[in-house]
Design a protein around this ligand. Sequence first.
Ligand code: PAF
Length: 311
Amino acid sequence: MGCVKIGVVGAGAMGCLFGGWLARAGLEVILLDVWSEHVRILNEKGLELQEGDELLNIPVRATEAPEELGDCGLVLVFVKSYYTREAVEPVAANLRSDAVFLTLQNGMGNAEEIQRLWREDGVLVGTTAHGSTLLGPGRVRHAGRGETLLGPWARTRLETAYWAGDILARGGFSVRVRDDILGVLWEKLLVNVGINALTALTGMRNGQILEDPDAEALLEEAVLEARSVAEALGISLREDILAHVKGVAKRTAQNRSSMLQDLMRGRRTEIDVINGVVVREGRRLGISTPVNATLSRLVHIVQTLQSLPPN
Ligand code: PAF
């Protein structure tokens, strides 16, 4: 496809990190978001990206118009999972026919949603262990590094995943292509199952979980329930899944998880496509998941309280 233009749907913390790194490497990138002030600041002042002690300013192009992504060859999807359809539909409707979508969103069901709107051989799915925080319009902090894994969905070819992986690698990302992507998605799900609701409910940063025996015990119980569900589904997970989840919490120690960031902003969380998936699948398979059910309920309660008008 030669020199490909990259679209990023959803310029939140992760969208800005990926778009920013790719733009910094000299690739042509356009960020799509519905937040007007953020889009304006990105265009006028560039992306302010805090990398450790360093503050980078990366010139980027941003838009609120999905049709401006029409000539992109690769479209990265980073919106919250419950916006996937709404965000991808107008992009797909205007997009060149040979383009490929890559979702690196949290939670389950995103690739299926995109697949309903696009060619069967044009969807890639993956996970990333980077942590990132949106500090305000045009401002993001990179809060933890990790690998990005991706692979083909439905009838998409493995070579297409290698092609997209090379593009991300040019942006400086450490990428691995995998042909067993369902297992990868479940492993990431278990990371989010262990970290996100717990940090959202307590206000802890990811690393603090490991400093508190009660929080660490809850992380373990939630992850082990989810592992039982995955095993019953025939998904093969890495042996050291618990150590892996804790490793991600350690590597992203300073990060506020995406679910904590959501609650802090009074936004709906992705609980239903994270711990909620474990509860629903567990119920279907006759596996009890009390910790995930309680975490889900508590997050729902906080969301409901937040949506009430103030006294
Ligand atoms: O959702 C998140 O915040 C991230 O997936 C992760 C890896 C837990 C880091 O904060």
